[in-house]
Design a protein around this ligand. Structure first.
Ligand code: AMP
Length: 312
């Protein structure tokens, strides 16, 4: 099943304590699309300027990412620049240039409107709602978000959350959104806002998944070499959504209950974590260019052993 992905497409400048790189392919939709493409074909919705390098477009095509929903308009591509501290969990945004993003109004091509599996990647919630309005009968909609939107567009975000099946956010965002210090209470509270399923990411400490009467704690992969954490969250969301799109989920589960069996959601969270763990091993998407299906299944097995222990 194809997966529709909306989000930002960017040229990033990233500085770590050891290195600085400019004009890297970035953006939430870019990372999520490449991550998802390991599991399913992707229909990309986004915007770039005429300065966007042709080689990036070729890369998307090679990865089975359909670009019919990509607007290429006069002007400059969205640019973001960030700096990581020695503790790579600490990041400062150095600059943001909205450029063509400023007047972006995503319009879905006819061939995208009936897509059933949807990932509304991190972008303004008004744009996420606008894309949702154009879909004829989506079966499972996943939304990713960030603290910026909780701070400047909370009402629009709450309207979105009420319409989606799964919300992905990180621990501090979950606390901020719900006013709860406990992540368990925050997960429950967000489910009461609409989504049947919530994934709360805890950076390098793994992820929590909440469903109806179900809970799963996904371990973190013990990574030794983190070169660039940019896009880890987007790769997690893309890998997870791509995996779900690739599963033969029964019509009854999707149409009647609007639910995916929890064991499949659990696998999806691990697959998302696997792709994210590869992505941070290099700048931009360089590591994902060389990852093979065998690499993915080997790391999936490591995740399995990490969370298994004997009974007494
Ligand atoms: P993450 O590391 O998962 O937070 O994602 C980083 C990516 O998000 C970078 O490649 C940026 O280009 C992109 N980005 C940064 N700020 C925004 C924003 N306000 N809206 C959409 N994408 C953004």
């Amino acid at each position: 099943m194809p997966l529709l992905i909306l989000g930002s497409i960017a040229l990033d400048t990233v500085k770590t304590p050891l290195e600085e790189r400019a004009d890297l392919l970035g953006g939430s939709a870019s990372y999520a699309s490449v991550a998802a493409s390991f599991f399913s074909p992707v229909k990309l919705v986004g915007i770039v300027g005429e300065d966007f390098p042709q080689e990036n477009l070729e890369f998307f095509k090679q990865r089975n990412v359909d670009l019919e929903g990509l607007q290429i308009v006069p002007g400059k591509t969205f640019r973001w620049s960030g700096e990581y501290m020695w503790d790579m969990n600490q990041r400062e945004t150095r600059s943001v240039e909205l450029n063509v993003f400023e007047n972006f109004s995503p319009e879905l091509p006819e061939s995208y409107r009936s897509t059933r599996m949807v990932l509304l990647g991190n972008i303004a919630p008004a744009l996420q709602n606008h894309v949702l309005d154009q879909l004829t009968r989506p079966h499972f909609v996943i939304a990713d978000t960030m603290d910026l939107w909780i701070n400047i567009a909370k009402e629009e975000l709450l309207r979105l959350i009420a319409r989606v099946d799964m919300l992905i956010l990180n621990d501090s965002e979950a606390r901020e959104l719900t006013g709860q210090t406990s992540l368990i209470k925050a997960g429950r509270r967000i489910r009461e806002m609409g989504p049947s399923c919530v994934a709360i990411k805890k950076g390098e400490h793994g992820c929590l998944l909440f469903g109806e009467n179900h809970f799963f704690s996904c371990p973190a992969y013990p990574l030794e070499d983190i070169h660039d954490p940019t896009g880890a969250g987007d790769c997690f969301a893309g890998g997870l959504a791509g995996f779900l799109a690739s599963r033969p989920i029964s019509e009854a589960d999707l149409t009647e209950k609007k639910q995916i069996p929890f064991e499949i959601l659990r696998q999806a969270v691990v697959e998302g974590s696997v792709i994210a763990s590869f992505n941070v091993e290099s700048f931009s998407m360089d590591r994902l260019k060389t990852v093979t299906p065998v690499d993915i299944s080997e790391r999936y097995e490591i995740f399995r052993t990490l969370s298994r222990f004997e009974s007494i």
